[in-house]
Design a protein around this ligand. Structure first.
Ligand code: ADP
Ligand code: ZN
Length: 519
């Protein structure tokens, strides 16, 4: 592990960087001006938060929304990171005490609203910081607010240029999710960025071909066959150490050069196996997720998930170890209802309800991917907040598309039920209401009295879920990202409800819902 990866793990608990993060952080540490364009949810904040901890002095973060500021600072404090914010909601005493802490060098990240920066008193304070403890970086979040061409112009942002003039040595970092050329140019000019390094980050890995295969009864033979059809090196991820050992052993017996790798082996043994894989002495590494972090083998041609990954984040990172050289590579996820049930059961055993909720959300996102009928790339990129219009022509769903049907009426039923439930519930509950379930939650909220109650009995739960996933993938309804996955209507949803838009979805053949976990 490199120094940066260690720091990432230490402060944030993450195992690996997302695309672009590491390069951006390295440049920030070198005091380079930067313009970062990444989708919302892509992980922009880390690009200034981690350097802030590694550089001497204070990092100033300009952020336009008070609520967001508070959230970010709370999240940092939860991780034991010294961060604070200054805005108009604080009383005099609180303000003074925060000023004190900052001047004593106890704070690494200071969040402020742009209007505050311009007050004369605050500028004097900043000068004091600059002279005493130093300003390491000024990060400007939602930098598109500086541009009249953006969707959220804020005149106060125009004044930020003064910081470049006042503190010419302090590097500026502009971050946004808005990518038009015009806005980019405006940000660079208006902030006075000097030879900025521009990072336009997409999470799309064009050269990876994504596939999901139903795991068959004789799943080992299925795996073997897939490995035999590949050339080049590959990784097979399994959940348990026992599985790793077993699969590696079987592959060896079947004449495949394979080695195991998991955290239960001695350091020495792991290093040997890893080196042999890197040197192409063996073709296949059978591993738990312990394998991969910081390992750089550009010509991995395939990554198979023999068991379900823990989360879509994990899946993306693990499958992303294929094809780093840019040449074509394959990702296959082997998926069975049995595996799903097994993991669901493990989650059920977790004592902490909060942990349970997060684990279930993560599992559900993996299931959305595995069960999805839309372009796999669209589904995967949506997780990172990136919109991909589909038809990548490379994934299994694009190569063997499911038949398309018009589900406008069903979508109207569903979305109006979301509206009737006041946009406060997730997919599962809405489906219960539509299908006329009399469970406790439905009655407790009086949802059995709604006009949409029971109007969706003609469709199974699975069919409704299929519709909802498709609506989400097409951006026709939105979902909160807080673990509750609450459905919200957006502009497009309303167009559907007003009959200004039709809905077509790819339809999968019926599956036996009896064998699935009831969630
Ligand atoms: P943005 O500011 O781009 O909208 P955030 O910085 O809020 O996105 O990050 C979105 C989510 O991704 C957060 O929950 C964050 O903790 C998580 N995240 C960021 N970087 C990583 C990483 N390297 N590994 C795992 N999760 C990450
Ligand atoms: Zn596709």
């Amino acid at each position: 592990m490199t120094r940066l990866e260690k720091a990432l793990k230490h402060y944030f608990g993450y195992d690996s960087f997302r695309p672009g993060q590491k390069e951006i952080i390295e440049e920030t540490l070198n005091n380079q001006d930067l313009l970062i364009i990444m989708p919302t949810g892509g992980g922009k904040s880390l690009c200034f938060q981690l350097p802030a901890l590694l550089k001497p002095g204070l990092t100033l973060v300009v952020s336009p929304l008070i609520a967001l500021m508070q959230d970010q600072v709370d999240a940092l404090k939860d991780r034991g990171i010294d961060a604070t914010f200054l805005n108009s909601t604080l009383d005099y005493e609180e303000m003074r005490s925060r000023y004190g802490a900052i001047l004593q060098g106890k704070i690494k990240l200071l969040y402020v609203a742009p209007e505050r920066l311009l007050a004369e008193k605050f500028r004097t304070f900043l000068d004091k910081i600059a002279n005493n403890i130093g300003i390491s970086t000024i990060a400007i979040d939602e930098a598109h607010c500086i541009s009249e061409w953006g969707h959220d112009f804020r005149p106060e942002y125009r004044q930020l240029k003064q910081f470049r003039q006042r503190y010419p040595q302090v590097p500026l970092l502009a971050l946004t999710a808005t990518a038009t050329k015009r806005v980019q140019q405006d940000i660079i000019e208006q902030l006075g960025l000097q030879n900025p390094s521009v990072h336009l980050n997409s999470f799309n890995r064009f050269n990876i071909h994504y596939q999901v295969q139903p795991k068959q009864q004789r799943s080992y033979h299925q795996l073997l066959q897939e490995i035999r059809s590949q050339s080049g090196a590959g990784i097979v991820y399994c959940l348990s150490r026992r599985n790793v050992e077993e699969v590696a052993y079987k592959l060896q017996k079947d004449g495949i050069k394979a080695l195991p790798y998991h955290a239960g082996m001695t350091d020495e043994k792991r290093t040997i196996n890893q080196t042999r894989f890197l040197r192409d002495d063996v073709q296949v590494m059978v591993a738990t997720i312990a394998f991969g972090m910081g390992i750089n083998k550009p010509d991995v041609r395939f990554v198979f998930h023999y068991d379900l990954p823990r989360s879509l984040e994990n899946f993306y990172q693990e499958s992303g170890r294929a094809g780093r050289d840019g040449e074509s590579a394959t990702s296959i996820l082997f998926f069975s209802m049995g595996d799903w049930k097994k993991i669901d059961y493990l989650i059920e055993q977790k004592p902490d309800p909060q942990e349970q909720r997060i684990a279930r959300q993560q599992l559900n996102q993996v299931i959305d991917y595995a069960e999805g009928v839309d372009c796999r790339r669209t589904i995967l990129l949506r997780y990172f907040g990136e919109r991909f219009s589909g038809n990548c022509g490379q994934c299994d769903n694009c190569l063997n598309p499911h038949p398309i049907e018009d589900w406008t009426i069903e979508a109207q039923k569903f979305l109006s039920c979301v509206a009737r439930c006041q946009e406060k519930f997730g997919m599962k509950h809405i489906i219960e209401v539509l299908r006329g379930s009399r469970n406790k939650k439905v009655e407790q909220y009086g949802h059995h009295l709604l006009s949409t109650y029971g109007i969706g009995k003609d469709k199974t739960k699975d069919e409704w879920k299929m519709l909802v996933r498709s609506l989400l993938n097409q951006g026709l309804v939105s979902q909160s990202n807080d673990g509750y996955r609450i459905l919200k209507l957006n502009k497009r949803s309303w167009e559907i409800l007003r009959k200004q838009r039709t809905v077509e979805i790819a339809v999968k053949n019926k599956i036996d819902s009896q064998t699935k976990p009831q969630n």
